[in-house]
Design a protein around this ligand. Sequence first.
Ligand SMILES: [Fe+2]
Ligand SMILES: [Fe+2]
Length: 229
Amino acid sequence: MRKKAKDSSELWRPKKHSTVDYEPWQRLTLMRLETDTRTQLASKKHRLEHSLSVASMAEHLAILYDVDPFLACAAGYLHDWDKVLSAEELIRRAQRFGIDLGVPLESVEPLLHGMVAARELPERYPHLPEEVWHAIACHTSAAEDMSPLDMVLFVADGIEPLRRASEGIQQTRSLVGHVSLDDLFWNAFVGGLVYVLEGGRYLYPRAIDIYNSLAQDRLRARNLKERRA
Ligand SMILES: [Fe+2]
Ligand SMILES: [Fe+2]
């Protein structure tokens, strides 16, 4: 019998914490975050597996693109922390934190879990820096000011091996290690927008502003590069 072709994502599936020379306190912190994530998401098996996979993928991308793998892995574990909440509870908490996205929160509820977690978790993990919370806050919506860590988490969330492959996801996966982190993120971000539009889903209005801002930044960078060449 012919063996089923392997999903190409398996070819570069990372091994957990395998190649990183972490400080003992970092290793302990990551072990604690993994344990806490397992407890928090115990009732949501797929979400838990996804979160563990995003942590590994974020660590892998971070190593590849010279970003701090400890912060990437930590952000990966925690990014979907509030996915256990009901839509009503998520909206209630977003209102309590004064999160205003310019539209009724009900229409952007799928975007809220990262923003709420980024406001709740610093109290629980005060030793983790602001960059981690920024990455978690914008992992659903992206932002005009994406840092390399933000991009790593955004891409890892979109392409981790357990996520069912669409054409766009496969394309992003195929670019890992072959293009810059900026280009990889851009591919994932635009792929996400296409997914929303093609599926007739609600488009968060600020996504257009974010797209235009990022597109202009890319154009400026390209022009500058061409002038220098
Ligand atoms: Fe998420
Ligand atoms: Fe996620």
